[in-house]
Design a protein around this ligand. Sequence first.
Ligand code: HEC
Length: 152
Amino acid sequence: MNNCQVRAISIVLCLGMMAFSDAGFAKEPLKKERSRSHIELDPSNTGTYTGEAGKDNFIANCSPCHGEAGQGDGPLAGTLGEGVKPRNLSDAKLLSARTDDFLFKVIKSGGAAVGFSEAMPSWKETFTDAQIKQIIQHLRKGICKCKYNGNK
Ligand code: HEC
């Protein structure tokens, strides 16, 4: 190793240590700040736990856009951009034209995966496949009260 390399390595080490100790200083007050102010009410989430996982996950995660009853009127509905509206999932005519597999794909992979707006997020990092199926059951039983009837 030549002199120049040695110097370069020690500069890197030194910068690394500076960054590390800075973080150490910043952490303490930040933590205190958090513990004082972190409990906030979320006014948009008025749901209560029902013990039905599909319903609870829908209310907590989907209702901000789609609304608790799925009508496309959640508090974020108006913020998604020009011409983009969350779908009215209580529309039995719409949902009975959709297979469960299609709903699974939209929810798991997001709107863009099926040619819809990317404002409909992908939920694969949030929910397991089983949880997505529970949400679909809630869509069927609690929201549109409908089944796929594409064969009729
Ligand atoms: C950030 C807002 C937002 C959230 C949160 C959201 N959606 Fe959506 N969703 C949309 C939008 C916007 C569309 C319509 C996309 C379009 O018109 O191209 C959509 C479309 C859909 C569709 C397609 C309906 C059809 O026509 O087949 C389904 C199903 C759906 N959402 C279910 C869910 C579920 C279940 C959740 C929660 C796990 C969820 N969405 C959360 C914005 C959202």
